[in-house]
Ligand binder design. Structure first.
Ligand SMILES: Cc1cc2nc3c(=O)[nH]c(=O)nc-3n(C[C@H](O)[C@H](O)[C@H](O)COP(=O)(O)OP(=O)(O)OC[C@H]3O[C@@H](n4cnc5c(N)ncnc54)[C@H](O)[C@@H]3O)c2cc1C
Length: 439
């Protein structure tokens, strides 16, 4: 057995950020990754002459979010982020910028005026009740939706739920949209996401990393202190040996001794890796629902997406988020060509080939001309979030019943989403491990 300070299981963004923070705090770290590559679902690779990411990404909260905090604290070199631009909503053949402010909402002609007024009233009712102490964590958005709203408005909100929560309007809790604190906590304590959607100018602190998602991973790896972090790929962890504490980690290749383990795989897999976990803990983990997604990357011989920003396709089935990444960085596609990612959130159960055909068909239905410009097509089925924040779904935690075992990743904290949720989990982990006296 090899003796190490910390074993980090998994080299996704949460595992890599944990390893960086721990090594900067003086620990010796070994990262064990089951795949032949690092980065998990936050990386890039080449397909023909295009550089695709693991799904299209907007990196959010770059001015004051958790990733920014970790970058400021631990990165030697921060990736260069290019402004993400507007989110355009496409309904039918019309396309308009996402209505972030009240003014834009009131003039947002893609949805009927009566629906917009009804929804504003519903929003302010929620905020009023929230301030009065009402708990909205088990009430779905569909439950408070005025009955009279049109199918288009309902689809628009359903799209938002899939995009922000990974589940449908029937299963998305209202608290996901209103629990976040506003930038003005003293004046209006409980106003959060929806407030931001309606009142502020919207997503001005979002970016796309120049060179693709891989540049974030490269910046982390370059920031590891010399000789402090060892990365071992093709090393799937098969067992975490524990009594009251973790005693060792066994992979298909080797076994490792350590003081602390940070696990960044699926929390729902822990019962297969550890014997004798408490029943209630295991039951919660097994009720976690993962979010599934399909991305279709198209390399196009002509620039068909001219707007600077991404498009939300409300009419498509399944719903689509369309991001022409080469508009941010032209080096991602051959000269004169365009690289576009079409991300679809998928229902729990699906047949892979049926959904691929359906998703491709919805692209063609929306843009009949596109087929004759396709130079490259590439499909990715990936899990963007390890836990959906749905009503009656389980959710993991950073803390585990084992004293020196911690979890990080998108199934360990509910705050934010995607990369920033991973970053929040790492900040939470650092606070906990410090308070435990293990750092
Ligand atoms: C289509 C798509 C679009 C997205 N869009 C955005 C976006 O716009 N903005 C945003 O912020 N985020 C977005 N995300 C989400 C974001 O990429 C992820 O939330 C984040 O990268 C998850 O990081 P993680 O470390 O928690 O998990 P993962 O990346 O899943 O990492 C877990 C790692 O652990 C390894 N592992 C698991 N089990 C074991 C084991 N037993 N032994 C060894 N290794 C193991 C896995 O191989 C993997 O490398 C998107 C994701 C997708 C797929």
């Amino acid at each position: 057995m090899k003796k190490n300070n910390v074993i980090v299981i998994g080299s996704g963004i949460s595992g890599l950020l944990s390893a960086l923070a721990l090594s900067r705090e003086g620990k010796k770290v070994v990262i064990l990754e089951k795949e032949s590559y690092i980065g998990g679902v936050c990386r890039s690779y080449d397909v023909s002459d295009y550089r695709v990411d693991t799904g299209p990404h907007a990196i959010t909260r770059l001015e004051n979010g958790p990733l920014k905090e970790l970058m400021d604290r631990y990165f030697n070199r921060v990736p260069q982020f290019i402004p993400f631009g507007k989110y355009y909503v496409k309904i039918g053949s019309e396309i308009k910028p996402f209505p972030w402010s009240i003014n834009a909402w009131l003039t947002f002609g893609l949805l009927p005026m009566t629906d917009r007024l009804l929804l504003m009233r519903a929003l302010f009712n929620i905020l009023y009740l929230k301030n009065a102490g009402k708990d909205f964590s088990n009430i779905s958005l569909s439950e408070i939706l005025p009955h009279k709203v049109s199918m288009t408005t309902r689809r628009f909100l359903d799209w938002l739920c899939y995009f922000m929560v990974g589940t449908s309007i029937e299963n998305a809790p209202i608290s996901r949209f209103v629990d976040n604190k506003t930038h003005h906590p003293r004046t209006i304590p409980y106003v959060g996401k929806l407030y931001d959607l309606f009142i502020t100018e919207g997503a001005t602190d979002q970016g796309y990393p120049k060179g693709g998602l891989q540049s974030i991973v490269s910046s982390i790896v370059e920031s590891f202190p010399k000789d402090s972090v060892e990365i071992k790929t093709n090393e799937p962890v098969k067992k975490i040996e524990c009594s009251e504490r973790v005693e060792g980690v066994i992979t298909s290749e080797d076994s490792y001794d350590c003081d602390t383990v940070v696990y960044s795989g699926f929390s729902s897999d822990l019962p297969c890796l550890i014997d004798g976990l408490p029943v209630a803990y295991t039951q919660n983990l097994t009720s976690i629902k993962r979010v599934n997604s399909l991305t279709i990357w198209l390399g196009l011989t002509k620039k068909l997406f001219n707007n600077y920003g991404s498009e939300i396709w409300v009419d498509s089935d399944p719903y689509a988020w369309v991001v022409p990444t080469s508009n941010y960085d032209s080096s991602l596609a051959p000269k004169g060509n365009q690289l576009v990612g079409f991300a679809f959130t998928l229902p729990g159960e699906y047949n892979a080939s049926t959904i691929r055909n359906k998703a491709f068909q919805t692209i063609v239905d929306n843009m009949p001309d596109i087929e004759k410009h396709i130079d490259m097509i590439h499909y990715q089925e990936l899990i963007p979030e390890k836990a959906s924040w749905g009503i009656n779904c389980g959710f993991g935690d950073v803390r585990t019943p084992i004293k020196n075992l911690y979890c990080v990743g998108t199934d360990t904290t509910k705050r934010s989403a995607g990369v920033n949720r991973s970053a929040y989990s790492v900040l939470k982990f650092l606070d906990i491990i410090k308070s435990d006296g293990n750092l």
